[in-house]
Design a protein around this ligand. Structure first.
Ligand code: ADP
Ligand code: ZN
Length: 708
């Protein structure tokens, strides 16, 4: 067996997955051959397997450097669940445990060891390492070595010594944060000049991005979002301040939502308790400041909500990236409003930073605002910001799914700007709107503004529409917020051409809430389906609690869903479910078969899955994109499309792009079979060049043409 076959065998037998993703196979081969690698892969892309499999296939123990000791234990637990002997060395171990682990290392019992960087570099541990056989070094979260990055860890700097101490041992550095500068710094500081680079795109196709610019009553809307779209699902809600975290969490709990707070002002113990609860129980919602989340590996976080505007797209992308690590559909929802814009502008203005930094921060904020006000695909804009390109609109963000209407706001903008000018460039939005609407009050009379030329010239819009317009004018840089922090607005240089009529502005129409398309939910089922789903989750929780591990360590949601979809009845069938490897089959297979047997009689297999694929296909996504988004295999997606073709909902040629000649050949072979077309035979006759899914589509087309 060559190394590629070996690694595929381990993927299937040990981890229970059918095929490698992206460049996993190439990375694994490279490490097995003893070469260094730099791996850049988005969150949830599957970095861990890239070092775990070579560690199993090379002799000696794989040493994994990881910055977060709190989460090492879960990683180790997940490995033990699939039958790999693993350990974690960090400051939380007792002297006995520490000694035991070192003993295991010496005797060569361990296949993988997770270790905190400061432990790794102690002289004692270094000399221990000199005595044992090491398969490889994996440096996880390698961007922590970057001094300019936001997660800098001084201990990481010392890791450069590994190269000198162990020149024969291959090293792999992995990260999901990857701008050009950070990448170069990683290479230089870790002496990875010789390393093969594996740079994968940044896209997280399963995350749906949404921005709500109408955030009056955001809290109520958050509640509805949780209750209607994600009942009993885990999520993170970010707020700007500690006070808002406390208030929001308490309010949600009052409404019956399982929400917990997390911020830096809480005691260490309370924070650890809440984090543990989030990881170990199903369906907890963490309401937090940005202090929460770094290194949280929980795969089934279904949504991330921002109650306030993040200060940069980098922060936004990182925080939203914590949703949907398991590849299942997930959502990132951002509420933003005029006050956030004003507040953040003031933060920057009033900070102690020097002019250069202020300018950079202002620019970042401007890009963030620009993103919020987009009328085109959000994912394209996000990826472009990070230097990645997406050729087509994504079909999975709010602007793609529900394109915003725009209107020519030039005249209204001119009115607003001249109102700012005629009132002396120092009043806030509410006052300005009063003037525009002709709402005279005591204060206005004192200033005499009921007599300016702009008094009452804006009655064609209502208060809300004016607020939206002012927000966009600030976001677009036509208006600036005062430095004193009263929210007063003044004109910028950019205004001139607009006021002179040399330029027009397209503005977003404020969106009514109920125009949103309801989301199709995969993880919430109706009736008998719902009962089966709940029963599977209960079984998982029960097994997890027996062992004191998080439920997802037993099986991921995707695996439970596959069980619902295919309803295996025997252990052999169960072994084909993605995520069920040999050890888990043995440990849990029968438990879940029993649950299925008890509930499945009433619950027909999910057929909705076909509809979902067809919907996405109609949105213009390719089969590969749909497979990636849904965490399914391409051939499964082709199988769904075949059903659509059979029913005449989809054209064969939209799906299958093989040469005409080959298509004709396949058809001919199929026709030989008469009524009962056997794909296996056709597959073989063609030398295996056509995927079964493709063949299924061709057959479906034949059936459709015969029946119509
Ligand atoms: P990362 O560290 O890149 O964020 P992980 O290594 O935690 O991602 O992997 C994310 C999820 O994807 C895990 O649940 C993992 O088991 C799963 N996964 C990784 N590779 C594959 C694969 N080839 N097939 C199916 N699932 C995979
Ligand atoms: Zn889009």
């Amino acid at each position: 067996m060559n190394t590629s076959d070996e690694s595929l065998r381990i993927l299937q037998q040990v981890f229970g997955y059918s095929s490698f993703r992206q460049s996993q196979q190439k990375i694994i081969d490279c490490l097995i051959q003893g070469e260094d690698a730099l791996v850049l892969m988005p969150t949830g892309g599957g970095k861990s397997l890239c070092y775990q499999i070579p560690a199993l296939l090379r002799s000696g123990v794989g040493i994994v450097v990881s910055p977060l000791i709190a989460l090492m234990q879960d990683q180790v637990e997940a490995l033990r669940q699939v039958g790999i002997s693993a350990g974690a060395l960090n400051s939380s171990l007792s002297a006995d445990e520490d000694a035991h682990l070192r003993q295991q290392l010496r005797s060569g019992e361990l296949q993988l060891l997770y270790v905190a960087p400061e432990r790794l570099m102690t002289p004692g541990f270094q000399s221990l390492l000199q005595q044992i056989d090491i398969a490889l070094f994996a440096i996880d979260e390698a961007h922590c070595v970057s001094q300019w990055g936001h997660d800098f860890r001084p201990e990481y700097i010392q890791l450069s010594a590994l190269h000198e101490q162990f020149p024969q041992v291959p090293r792999v550095a992995l990260t999901a944060t990857a701008d050009e500068v950070t990448r170069r710094e990683i290479i230089q500081r870790l002496s990875l000049e010789q390393a093969h680079q594996f740079i994968n795109g940044f896209d997280r196709p399963n995350i749906r991005y949404r921005v709500s610019d109408n955030s009056s009553n955001a809290r109520q809307r958050l509640l509805r979002f949780i209750q209607l779209d994600y009942p009993d699902q885990a999520g993170i809600v970010y707020c700007l301040s500690r006070r808002k975290v406390e208030e929001t969490a308490a309010w949600l709990r009052e409404k019956g939502v399982k929400a917990l707070p997390y911020h830096a002002g809480m005691s260490q113990q309370d924070r650890a308790d809440n984090q543990n609860c989030f990881l170990r129980e199903d369906g907890i919602i963490m309401v937090a400041t940005i202090a929460f989340g770094m290194g949280i590996d929980k795969p089934d976080v279904r949504f991330v909500v921002h109650m306030n505007l993040p200060k940069s797209l980098e922060a936004y992308y990182q925080e939203t990236g914590r949703a949907g690590r398991d590849g299942q559909p997930a959502e990132a929802l951002l509420f933003y409003n005029l006050q956030d814009v004003i507040t953040l502008r003031q933060f920057v203005e009033q900070s102690d930073a020097d002019e250069l930094h202020k300018r950079i921060e202002t620019q970042k904020l401007e890009r963030m605002l620009g993103y919020c006000e987009l009328t085109s695909c959000r994912r394209q804009a996000l990826l472009a910001y990070f230097g990645d390109e997406l050729a087509e609109p994504c079909g999975n963000c709010d602007t793609c799914l529900n394109p915003p209407e725009t209107w020519d706001g030039t005249v209204a903008a001119q009115k607003a700007l001249s109102c700012v000018y005629h009132t002396g460039q120092r009043f806030g939005v509410n006052y300005l709107i009063d003037v525009l609407l002709g709402k005279e009050n005591e204060r206005m009379r004192r200033f005499g503004h009921h007599q300016t030329s702009t008094f009452g010239i804006g009655e064609e819009l209502d208060r809300n529409q004016w607020r939206g317009l002012f927000r966009q004018l600030i976001a677009l840089g036509y208006l600036a917020v005062d430095q004193e922090g009263h929210g007063g607005l003044r004109l910028t240089d950019a205004c001139r051409s607009l006021l002179r009529g040399e330029q027009t502005v397209e503005l977003r129409q404020a969106r009514k809430e109920n125009t949103r398309k309801p989301r199709k939910k995969k993880a919430s089922f109706q009736g008998a389906q719902g009962e089966l789903w709940e029963a599977l989750r209960r079984k998982r929780l029960e097994l997890a609690q027996e062992q004191g591990v998080p439920p997802y360590v037993i099986f991921h949601d995707a695996t439970l869903m596959a069980m619902m979809e295919y309803q295996p009845q025997t252990l052999l069938q169960m072994s084909r479910i993605s995520g069920v490897g040999e050890r888990k089959l043995e440990a849990y297979g029968q438990d879940f078969l029993d649950v299925l047997a008890e509930y499945a009689a009433d619950a027909a297999p999910v057929t909705d899955t076909v509809t979902e694929t067809l919907d996405l296909f109609r949105l213009g996504m390719s089969t590969e994109d749909i497979a990636g988004r849904r965490g399914l295999k391409v051939s499964t997606i082709l199988g769904h499309l075949a059903k659509g073709i059979e029913q005449g909902l989809v054209e064969l040629r939209e799906v299958v792009t093989i040469p005409e000649e080959l298509l004709a050949q396949a058809r001919e072979l199929m026709l030989e079979d008469g009524e009962d077309i056997r794909l296996g035979r056709v597959h073989e006759a063609l030398g295996g060049i056509l995927d079964y899914g493709v063949l299924a589509c061709i057959r479906a087309d034949l059936i459709n043409s015969v029946s119509s």
